[in-house]
Design a protein around this ligand. Structure first.
Ligand SMILES: O=C(O)c1cc(=O)[nH]c(=O)n1[C@@H]1O[C@H](COP(=O)(O)O)[C@@H](O)[C@H]1O
Length: 270
């Protein structure tokens, strides 16, 4: 099954457009996990097990693992998701971008080492920097387009011959690069007008939309701007608001409540 087929099945099965982001910060872990060698794995698997039936995808952010020499725990976490919750795609958030020969190694890292179903990629270096990921036909490649941070406008809003740079990225992706149907785009929930514009340019392309929850993006505006005719098409990511909803041993339950509330809030506007 390809990433897009898996995602479509998960949207249906869990009646959910919610992507649960896995950004484990040990400084925010409950006290009973502190000091444990496997704390990151333990923390994340409890969140995954508590929310898997409410999510359309999981998105581990690689920096949170690499910064603590915990790539082995990331491997084990993704293996756990595939084994215990088959059918829920894993997007490795790595935001890679480099010349083709190096991109080939990043693709092997994401898809063979970590066994992710999709990876986030920075399109700044152009088509040949994206192609090595597309060589894995079952995998998804999610390109940064209009990011959720304020500074995203520094470059993404530049005029490039009558359109903004993020619009050019969306158009290149939809009209030229997506010959195999593997590409998706990142568009921040903090910019609903741009979500609508990207949807207009890209048809039914899956959009990863971070920025609700901790970054304050509006769920109603996000869903209205980004949903497709089938009322899907979105992976609306929330990380901190779910991960750290609880502070003690019951953090899994608290995460489940936050995920349920978010999934249902999203569904109200579909
Ligand atoms: O690619 C991403 O996932 C991403 C793109 C973007 O424009 N903005 C953004 O916040 N993200 C990621 O989405 C997550 C947002 O986390 P919360 O703000 O805690 O929900 C982090 O892992 C970010 O790295």
């Amino acid at each position: 099954m390809t990433f897009t087929e898996q995602l479509a099945a998960a949207w249906q099965k869990n009646n959910s457009l919610l992507c649960v982001g896995l950004d484990p910060d040990p400084a925010k872990f409950p006290a009973h996990l502190k000091g444990r060698d496997d704390a990151i794995f333990e923390f994340c698997t409890a969140i995954v097990d508590a929310t898997a039936d409410l999510a359309c995808s999981f998105k581990p952010q690689i920096a949170y693992f690499a910064a603590r020499r915990a790539e082995d725990q990331l491997e084990a976490l993704i293996a756990h998701i595939h084994e215990k919750h088959p059918g829920i795609p894993v997007i490795l958030d790595a935001k890679r971008g480099d010349i083709g020969s190096t991109a080939e190694q990043y693709a092997v890292e994401a898809f063979e080492r970590f066994r992710a179903d999709a990876v986030t990629v920075n399109p700044y270096m152009g088509r040949d920097s994206v192609e090595p990921y597309l060589a894995f036909p079952d995998k998804g490649v999610i390109l940064l387009c209009r990011t959720s941070n304020a500074g995203g406008s520094d470059l993404q809003f530049l005029d490039v011959g009558g359109e903004k740079l993020y619009e050019r990225v969306a158009r290149l992706a939809a009209e030229k690069w997506n010959t195999t149907g593997q590409i998706g785009l990142v568009v921040g929930a903090t910019f609903p007008a741009e979500i609508a514009r990207v949807r207009e340019i890209t048809g039914d392309m899956p959009l990863l939309v971070p920025g609700i929850g901790a970054q304050g993006g509006d769920i109603e505006a996000t869903v209205n701007a980004g949903k497709t005719a089938k009322t899907t098409g979105l992976m609306i990511n929330s990380s901190r608001a779910i991960l750290y909803a609880g502070k003690d041993e019951n953090y899994g339950e608290a995460a489940r409540c936050a995920a349920l509330e978010t999934r249902d809030a999203i569904n109200r506007y579909r």
